[in-house]
Write a protein that binds this ligand. Sequence first.
Ligand code: SF4
Length: 326
Amino acid sequence: MAANENLLEIKNLKKYFPVKAGVFKKTVGHVKAVDDISFAVKNGETLGLVGESGCGKSTTGRTILRLLEATAGEVIFDGKDVLAMDKKELRGIRKEMQIIFQDPYASLNPRMTVADIIGEPLDIHKLVSNKKERNEKVKDILEKVGLGEEYMNRYPHEFSGGQRQRIGVARALAVDPKLIIADEPVSALDVSIQAQVINLLQDLQNEFGLTFLFIAHDLSVVKHISDRVAVMYLGKIVEITDKEKLYEDPLHPYTQSLLSAIPVADPTAKKDRIILEGDVPSPVDPPSGCRFHPRCPKAFDKCSIEEPVFKDYGDGHFAACHLLEE
Ligand code: SF4
């Protein structure tokens, strides 16, 4: 597959969770965690997916991998719809799509040695034929993530947070995937360690031609690693474009407010912080029209009535805002 071709295409994806109440646990509503989103990830690129907690970004990642079953939509990976696959096909495709979790401690089995944690997916996908071959492969992968073979027989609790995340990366990498969904992979780490893990992911991407969907709640985290960035708010994607355009010329008021919250290194540089009022509304009963209207500093009459169309404002710079339509 050539670079620039789409490895992953998400079409009108929805994930609703039922809200149950009463003795008979009747469904009384739905949490619309992901509500009709469409985007693509090109082969070999990193797409950052950003938004406040509860906006649906992690649910999007898990639904793509079918760790959660979608309510509607299509997930086209390498030309095939993952959501239409039976169990056997899904097992085959799982090798190609791996995930790195936010909390490296919770995601590693505390009773398994590092050799078993990294070796397990090799066994599941029958990629090694004996223990010697498995150990050689584990040793190789450990080296790639900056850990030596002396760590093979140790347990997760013997490692620092940054080292544990390296083990999580090694486990994802073991089966030679095409796509890695990194779900807030550095959020639980000290700031000093975050850059090391991000640099490692970038080096591995270059070496193995990986494609990343990199989920984060903060635009500053994805700035370095992303080629393009998508911004999510309350189950919807509100803006998506190249990294340069997003950081220099954001079109959507929500993106503008997220960017204004990033501290600048130069203390003499002037930056007006846009303070958003209120919390993110409930996805059970999202606001009418533009979902951002109760908090948007630029909202006007039409915003609470009509939902803005998500459209291309030039060279693949998509956004959904009535102000842009004027
Ligand atoms: Fe703000 Fe209206 Fe644009 Fe929504 S459509 S972002 S409320 S100006």
